[in-house]
Write a protein that binds this ligand. Structure first.
Ligand code: E4P
Length: 228
C-alpha cells in the first residue's frame, strides 16, 4: 500500500518526508484553501520538493466535463503531465474521465469524491487509475468506510479492472491498518493521522528504559559509538 500525505502545507510535508516512507502528496480544493496561498504557487513548491517521480494528485474544480478537461490541461502544463488529476465521480466527471482516457491514454487519473462502490466501478470502467473512497466521511454517514473500500477492491479484482484504490479521509490508525491488511493500492492521510500511526506511550517508555539502563552502565550521554 502506497502512503501519501493529504495536505498542502509545505512545512508539514517537508517535516514528514524524511521520517516516513512517503510516496507522494494529494490535495483537494478545500486543502488548497486551507493553505491560504494561491494554488499553483503552493503546488509548484510541493512538486519541486517531492520531485518529478513522486505522485502529486491535484483536483479539477470545473463543473462540466469541458471545464474539467480545461483544468486538467492547465494542471499538466503547470505541474507536469505525470501529475494525477483528480476528477469527482458524478455524470460530468465520468464523461471527463472517459474523454481524457481516450485523448491521452497515458494520463494519470484519480476518480475522487467516492462514497459508493458503484461510483468506483463506473470510474474504473471509464478509465481511472485510482478510485478514492472517503473512509471517514462514509463512516459519518452511518455506513462503513472500510467495508465499502473492501467491496470496491473485490469488484476491481473480480471484474479484472486495472484500477487501484486510493483510500482517503482517515481519522485514525485503525482505519489505515484495516486497509493495509487488505492490501489496497494506496492511502492518503493527513499529517496528524500519519504521526499517530507510530505514536505510542509504551514504545516511548521502552526506548527511555533502554537509554536509562545503558547510561547506568556507561555514563550519561554515552551511546554505542563511544562506549568502551
Ligand atoms: C482526498 O482525496 C479527499 O479529498 C480527502 O482525503 C478528504 O478528507 P477529509 O474527509 O478529511 O476532508
Amino acid at each position: 500500500m502506497k502512503l501519501l500525505i493529504d495536505d498542502a502545507n509545505i512545512d508539514a510535508i517537508k517535516a514528514l518526508y524524511p521520517i516516513y516512507p512517503i510516496d507522494g502528496v494529494t490535495t483537494n480544493p478545500s486543502i488548497l484553501a486551507k493553505s491560504g496561498r494561491q494554488p499553483y504557487d503552493v503546488l509548484r513548491e510541493i512538486r519541486a520538493f517531492i520531485g518529478a517521480e513522486a505522485e502529486l494528485h491535484v483536483q479539477v474544480v470545473g463543473r462540466t466535463a469541458d471545464a474539467m478537461l480545461e483544468d486538467v490541461e492547465r494542471i499538466h502544463a503547470e505541474l507536469g503531465a505525470q501529475t494525477y488529476t483528480k476528477i469527482p465521480v458524478n455524470p460530468a466527471g465520468l464523461e471527463a474521465i472517459q474523454r481524457l482516457r481516450k485523448a491521452q491514454p497515458d494520463a494519470h487519473i484519480t476518480a475522487t469524491a467516492i462514497y459508493t462502490p458503484m461510483q468506483a466501478f463506473l470510474a474504473a470502467k471509464a478509465g481511472a487509475d485510482y478510485a478514492a473512497p472517503y473512509i471517514n466521511r462514509i463512516d459519518n454517514l452511518g455506513a462503513d468506510g472500510i467495508a465499502t473500500a473492501k467491496i470496491i477492491q473485490d469488484m476491481f479484482t473480480k471484474n479484472g479492472l486495472p484500477c487501484n484504490i486510493l483510500a482517503a479521509s482517515f481519522k485514525n490508525s485503525q482505519q489505515v491498518q484495516a486497509l493495509a491488511q487488505y492490501g489496497v493500492g494506496a492511502a492518503t492521510i493527513a499529517p496528524a493521522v500519519i504521526e499517530g500511526l507510530v505514536r505510542n506511550a509504551a514504545v516511548a517508555a521502552a526506548i527511555d528504559d533502554f537509554t536509562r539502563d545503558f547510561e547506568s552502565l556507561c555514563g550519561k550521554g554515552v551511546t554505542m559509538k563511544d562506549a568502551k
